[in-house]
Ligand binder design. Structure first.
Ligand SMILES: C[S@@+](CC[C@H](N)C(=O)[O-])C[C@H]1O[C@@H](n2cnc3c(N)ncnc32)[C@H](O)[C@@H]1O
Length: 301
């Protein structure tokens, strides 16, 4: 298989249609100074159908909330909250929760989920790289498969640590490059068009799944760094059923398939490769997707 960094980079540099960005953030960063504003506009579209996956991401949300040690009364931020599975889980145990995401369609579903669960959560449209919160506003900052899609890990992580109280906990779930979902991103990247020359390059999200990379990125800003593992199950009758579902619910693949509509042979090859890859982690009528959990405490000074 090709080098994962290369193929993921290709994936994230795919041609992006310009979409006017909303000004909703309390930040001094202007849109024109953000080299990734078009990339983020594309991400808003790409993830719009992800709520269809919430049946799968709900059990890992409970794993992350438990791993982070969220307690009644904690002020919690969920970054890249999507349809709110982590945020609502934390609110259900009595935390005071805020959720932030780029994608308006998912925030709409997140508000419904909070309402159905009869909990209050403050959901806000925004960017992990420019969090609209004061320094030290939260006891716990969480992200489940969310902040990894911010194009600059140092910027997103810097923001997550800034809004965390000294002594507070940061915890997130990510996809290891050596397991199925990481390999899926690498496979999709192989089929993406070449980026325009000179385009700003997002850092591949799956690097967040490598404990050594995580340790380096957190550096001496934290103490008590711990890792855990979990498995997300995606139930289906066969690997082909998983593919069929992903083509409607998993934005990066949906976008790729649309882009290959004029190349049916390439599309058939891609689908075959995906089904083979899914088959490697498919048994007992479910795809088994192993994820990494990270937890650390922000240093007090
Ligand atoms: C794979 S989904 C995970 C959603 C949710 N946390 C879950 O576990 O179901 C990735 C999420 O990250 C969000 N996202 C991507 N880039 C982001 C950014 N720069 N800032 C905030 N959210 C972002 C997407 O809109 C999407 O909701």
């Amino acid at each position: 298989m090709n080098d994962i960094s290369d193929v993921i980079r290709e994936h994230y540099q795919a041609a992006i249609p310009p979409v006017k960005e909303r000004r909703t953030r309390m930040t001094t960063t202007t849109q024109s100074s953000d080299p990734f504003s078009q990339f983020k506009a594309m991400q808003r579209e790409v993830w719009a159908d992800f709520a269809l996956n919430e049946g799968f991401t709900t059990p890992p949300a409970a794993d992350l909330v438990r791993f982070a040690g969220v307690a009644h009364g904690d002020a919690v931020l969920d970054v890249g909250c999507g349809s709110g599975v982590v945020a609502v889980t934390a609110a259900c145990i009595g935390a005071s929760v805020t959720g932030l995401d780029l994608t308006p369609a998912l925030l709409e579903r997140a508000r419904q989920n909070a309402s159905i669960a009869r909990v209050e959560v403050a959901f806000t449209e925004g960017d992990a790289e420019t969090l609209p919160y004061a320094d030290g506003a939260f006891d716990v900052v969480l992200s489940q498969f969310g902040h990894i899609f911010a194009p600059r890990p140092d910027v997103a992580l810097g923001e997550m640590l800034r809004v965390l109280k000294p002594g507070g906990r940061i915890a997130f779930s990510t996809w290891p490059p050596e397991h199925g979902t990481g390999q899926m991103f690498a496979l999709l990247g192989k089929y993406m068009p070449q980026p325009p020359a000179g385009a700003a390059t997002p850092v591949p999200p799956i690097l967040w799944g490598d404990p050594n990379v995580v340790r380096t990125r957190l550096g001496d800003a934290v103490t008590d760094l711990r890792f855990g593992r979990g498995v997300m199950l995606s139930q289906a009758l066969s690997p082909s059923h998983v593919l069929e579902f992903m083509e409607t619910s998993f934005g990066p693949l949906k976008r790729l398939v649309a882009g290959l509509s004029s190349q049916p042979e390439k599309l058939t090859t891609l689908r075959g490769e995906i089904v083979r890859l899914i088959g490697q982690s498919f048994w007992d009528n479910a795809m088994h997707q192993e994820f990494l959990m990270t937890r650390a405490t922000k240093k007090s000074s």
